[in-house]
Design a protein around this ligand. Sequence first.
Ligand code: HSE
Length: 300
Amino acid sequence: MKLKIRVPATTANLGPGFDCLGLALDWWNTIQVETIERGLEVEVDCPPGVDIPRNRSNLVVYGMDTVYRLAKQKRPPLRIHITTHIPIASGLGSSSAAIVGGLVAANTLLGNLYSRDELVTLATRIEGHPDNVAPALLGGLMVAAMEGKQVTVARFPVPRELRCVLFVPKIALLTKKSRGILPQRIPRADAIYNASRVALWIAALRERRWEWLAAATQDRLHQPYRAKLVPGMYELFDAAKSAGACGAALSGAGPTIIAFAVHHGEPVARALMQAAQRIGLTGSTRIVSVSPRGANVRKM
Ligand code: HSE
């Protein structure tokens, strides 16, 4: 059997929703999985200089093995071809896309033993937090709440006019490092600050009150600490907002900056690039829509 799986890039946190809000983007990796006679062959198309394992430690293979182990079945010999478009270690959910792709591939080969909700819980266990894996699987804007190891997810459709304008700096930042600098405890005032803004995000989405995103994208739980790892973070936020973005935030654990604009993102993209040049930061911009779809699979 041969499958082609597409998995979207995702942006987590959206400012205040640390580890609980995430959005699927219209920017895709593809994974082709074919059952073969023997062995494991992993081929990867990726930009030069990017090192992706070609063995069992590859996250697609790891995801597939996890599902087969859970199902108490032996994984068949496979040829896997991964085409990566999502930049690695950039805060755009590349590792979640790989894990989710592996889970969906294995689940399809097993005749869909597990529901999408079960796959979200499984993917969260592997990734450690649900905010990238949930939208990677289900699309749209996802709210994910953890209770022990159980994850409850709610999906919100996103009005089509919302555009995400990304500035992807040419520096890699590992999530482990970007989480490692966060404090263990936070003041109650900061918890209230963030909880109110997460609720405001959802309200802004429902009411199409895009002007609320200026407040709704503010954060006190992680961005102030991560600013020292992302040169010019606040300057880039300001540049995007001055050019008409409704709000701006660090995408996931960074270093990508995400600005939210309505209908047209070009002036915001230009402003981000100009600000980056002023700061001496190299990188690229990209304007993407929100993807209502998450991972999808086609039998070939
Ligand atoms: N919520 C996670 C973090 C996302 O900010 O560390 C990592 O991709």
